[in-house]
Design a protein around this ligand. Sequence first.
Ligand SMILES: C[S@@+](CC[C@H](N)C(=O)[O-])C[C@H]1O[C@@H](n2cnc3c(N)ncnc32)[C@H](O)[C@@H]1O
Length: 275
Amino acid sequence: MDIKLDSLVYHGAHLLESAQDYADEVSLNCVEGTALESRQKKELIRHYESISKQALILVLNQEGLHLQMLRPSFYRIKVDFCDPQMRYRISKGGGRGQMIAKALGVKNNLNPNVLDATAGLGKDAFVLASLGCSVKMLERNPVIHLLLRDGIKRAQSSAANDELLKQTIDRLTLLKSEALEYFGQSNLRSIDAIFLDPMFPEPEKRAQVKKEMQMLQYLLGDQLDASELLTAACSTEVARVVVKRPRIAPSLSDKAPDTIMEGKSNRYDIYFNLG
Ligand SMILES: C[S@@+](CC[C@H](N)C(=O)[O-])C[C@H]1O[C@@H](n2cnc3c(N)ncnc32)[C@H](O)[C@@H]1O
């Protein structure tokens, strides 16, 4: 797989072991950066550009593993289940009544076992796990998988004094896997619902918050097999398949969904497998 980056830069000799592990896993050069990350953005860009000619690098510092874009904009992301936005989403996001929960079949005392076949940065999986669902996450891109693994590891260490976070993280499992292969090779009997959230090309020049999606699009390229993924998910024995789409996007299949739940910006297309 073309992963569009060649280097991992770590800031601080104490991070060498983790940095080397991560770099080996995705076959990147592991390079020590300046001892302290410079506060000057221009200097930092120059520093990273002296290490890699690619538009993306991985950066490991005290705060975790980041995917850093150098061009066209200087922007970084990491998986952070403890950041204020995620905290807000968990405490004020509508709980078990929110659309994603209803779409996946969360109700009364029922907490479905979910297979999130397109885990990405794990936000949806984390929300579902916070509501009580056990979520198995599949991610095929090795770099995204690594970011996710690092985010889970950091959340585990923050969870020592946070019972809710601990319970939520304990409900997540992560596998580096191509979902199409996983469906064919695994016993899915314990799974109540498959969740799919494939990439959808974002129109250019959207607000700042969309930079994250643009960066992922650059890393992941065109993902042209999303319809195939839906067909494969619907051919499994799992009773419910849920596809998250932008509200205005066409559906992924010629087959009409059995139910559609529509929100302000997203839509959930639900397919039932009656066996
Ligand atoms: C839009 S992101 C998912 C975002 C995620 N729902 C979240 O809340 O962060 C889509 C992810 O699915 C992954 N993906 C797409 N097709 C896949 C497949 N067939 N098997 C495994 N992962 C896949 C992509 O690599 C990408 O990271």
